[in-house]
Design a protein around this ligand. Structure first.
Ligand code: ZN
Length: 73
């Protein structure tokens, strides 16, 4: 899902940096301007899905990459 930030940067939401704000609420930070997007305009189920996906992408190689690595060793 590509969404334009108000700074003009158009990015996959999943590629933005997942962060927790001071209240412990999850948001995605724009790599360009640092703006936090709480995705409040999304249905909650979609919102949680995107936050989870962004979290997975930011935590480095997932289980799939690990499996591929083992196969080549
Ligand atoms: Zn931005």
């Amino acid at each position: 899902m590509i969404e334009d930030c108000f700074c003009g940067r158009g990015d996959d939401l999943e590629n933005r940096e997942p962060v927790l704000d001071r209240d412990g609420e999850q948001a995605l930070r724009c790599c360009g301007c640092g703006h936090l997007d709480y995705l409040r305009w999304l249905p909650n189920s979609v919102r949680l899905l995107i936050l989870a996906e962004a979290d997975e992408l930011s935590s480095g190689p997932g289980p799939h990459a690990e499996r591929a690595e083992r196969r080549t060793v």
